[in-house]
Design a protein around this ligand. Structure first.
Ligand SMILES: Nc1ncnc2c1ncn2[C@@H]1O[C@H](COP(=O)(O)OP(=O)(O)OP(=O)(O)O)[C@@H](O)[C@H]1O
Ligand SMILES: [Mg+2]
Length: 345
């Protein structure tokens, strides 16, 4: 993506709040998130477990659990506000055909009783009206596109005859069969070993370009993001606390939570020394959050952090962060020394 000249957003989230009701209590999972997704870009969303990465993106497809709801805000896509969708019928116009999702566990997403070819053909019939020889031919093409050798033979096999990495490729082929405009990959590789992860990430990267997709790539592993993403959004406690181009977030991180996340990258570890870990735990989202949610874990926290939620401060036209440290009145605080080494890895 040309970040100097951004095109119109393909998807626009405005002041989104999502809540869940559980045993009489309300959990505020997404807290006033705004986000623009630009056509053709790959946006990575990173953040600790429970920060809201999945809930946010599932909201784009109406896939959150039934005890959750959009409490406030808009999700604008193609002239519609998805946050207003109520029925499955409405969601079926979007799900799969406009926005598709590749999930973490390929075994649960595939039907063990049907051949992989039948499952891809089903998607082709449903979304593109392809049948018979045409559908079979397209299935073979898709299997080839996702890097499966001998597609003619493999399409007749069942999911259990595929390895984890190969099953993930099949899932991606099914997602592509629907010709979506946006592909969301939610930790597509955590269940796989490192070399296979690298191959899948590479594959998604290639397909995004081949099929002119817009992609959201969700991961814990900041290390993989640098290779695939144009921009990175950092989530903490249901909020986006920093967003910028990959270079900006890696080389000039501004939020103390981003500093902490980057400092704990295994690649920065020195042999014999303990790897940095973020102290404390994320806040309980059942309680209202006052000020900066990260303050109790932030060694550089200011008084203001405990009182008022910081606004976004612009660092560049493409880079902004929600931290009082960027307020002109704040004392100067430098990122941890260890982050200087990021340019070397
Ligand atoms: N159905 C639900 N009922 C109650 N709380 C929920 C429900 N679904 C999600 N949550 C809560 O919403 C918050 C955000 O969850 P989410 O799954 O989006 O986190 P995540 O960033 O994707 O984490 P991970 O990296 O572990 O996948 C968490 O506190 C989670 O417990
Ligand atoms: Mg998740």
């Amino acid at each position: 993506m040309d970040t100097d000249n951004p095109v119109a957003p393909i998807l626009q989230v405005e002041h989104l709040d999502i809540k869940f009701s559980l045993r009489g209590k309300v959990l505020h999972a997404i807290r006033d998130v705004s986000l623009e997704l630009y056509e053709g870009e790959t946006l990575a969303i990173v953040g600790e477990s429970g920060s809201g990465k999945s809930v946010l993106t599932k909201a784009f497809m109406g896939l959150n659990d039934k005890n959750g709801w959009v409490d406030h805000g808009r999700i604008l896509y193609s002239g519609k506000d998805l946050a207003q969708f109520k029925t499955e019928k409405e969601w079926l116009t979007i799900r799969g055909r406009e926005i598709a999702m590749v999930l973490q566990d390929p075994m649960t997403s595939l039907n063990p009783l049907k051949t992989v070819g039948a499952q891809i053909e089903e998607a082709l019939r449903l979304h593109q009206g392809l049948r018979g020889a045409q559908a079979r031919q397209r299935t073979v093409e898709l299997l080839t596109d996702v890097g499966i050798a001998e597609p003619e033979r493999r399409r007749r096999q069942y999911p259990h005859e595929f390895s984890g990495g190969m099953r993930q490729r099949v899932i991606i082929a099914i997602a592509l069969a629907c010709r979506p405009r946006i592909l969301i990959c939610d930790e597509p590789t955590t269940a796989l070993d490192v070399t296979i992860q690298a191959q899948i990430i590479r594959l998604i990267y290639d397909l995004v370009h081949k099929y002119h997709l817009t992609a959201i790539y969700i991961t814990h592993d900041l290390g993989v993001v640098a290779n695939v993403a144009d921009r990175v959004a950092v989530m903490y406690a249901g909020d986006i606390v920093e967003i910028g181009t990959c270079r900006e977030v890696f080389y000039e991180p501004a939020h103390p939570y981003t500093w902490a996340l980057l400092s704990s990258l295994p690649q920065l570890g020195v042999k014999g020394e303990q790897l940095y870990t973020i102290r404390g735990t994320p806040p309980n989202l059942y309680h209202p959050i006052v000020g900066d949610a990260f303050a109790p874990r932030n060694p550089n926290a200011l008084k203001a952090d405990y009182i008022e939620r910081p606004p976004f401060f612009d660092i560049s036209p493409t880079h902004k962060a929600r931290t009082w440290l960027l307020d002109p009145r704040a004392p100067k605080a430098d990122p941890p020394q260890v982050l200087k080494r990021i340019r070397e890895i």
